[in-house]
Design a protein around this ligand. Sequence first.
Ligand SMILES: C[S@@+](CC[C@H](N)C(=O)[O-])C[C@H]1O[C@@H](n2cnc3c(N)ncnc32)[C@H](O)[C@@H]1O
Length: 208
Amino acid sequence: MTDHLAATRASYDAAAANYAEFVEGKLEGLPMMRAMLGCFAELVDGPVAEVGCGPGNVTSYLTSLGVQIRGIDLAPRMVEIARAAYPELVFEVGSMTSLALADASLAGVIAWYSIHHLPPAELPGVLAGFHRVLSPGGRLLIGTHAGEVEHRQLSEAYGVPVSYESFIQPPELIVAAIRSAGFTITAELVEPGNKPGRCHLTVFAQKD
Ligand SMILES: C[S@@+](CC[C@H](N)C(=O)[O-])C[C@H]1O[C@@H](n2cnc3c(N)ncnc32)[C@H](O)[C@@H]1O
């Protein structure tokens, strides 16, 4: 494991309990997010993996919409919390940089607010991995922070000391990378972010 991944994992292990509290019930106040997740639930037809699932709240929401989904997260403590909160669902420790999933084994992949932790040079390889595990016609949904290029090294998050990085990229670069990985972009939504120069990007894509 690279130093970068190890630092991200240790940070989210440390922040897991506070992060789970932070996101609990949040979707109820986010109608656009629920709408995007609802569209994905209607479009996808078969098994789905959520990569970077954190404490499993989005995994659980998609399950409630009828999606057959499992969660995968880098941080073992996140996975423990998700398993405890949703014992009926499957959660595994793993990294989106090396998915232990068979080729063409999924109908859908969702990465919800997790790809901003990837150094930009790693994004193409991760997207190629998503493409590999999807069957033809499979759906990809990515939601992420985007905006003016910014590299942040965080030392505190969710009330605890951390040492993870966050990489903000312009929406058009992220969309171009998804296209370059072999996907057709079927929809994209850009919403204002929570600080100047930032936005929220949601991209729906499909493997040909
Ligand atoms: C901001 S949280 C988002 C969690 C959840 N998707 C949500 O929307 O609440 C980012 C999550 O991505 C996970 N993560 C970061 N890098 C990852 C990687 N390479 N593979 C899998 N998970 C990763 C972190 O452990 C963390 O749980």
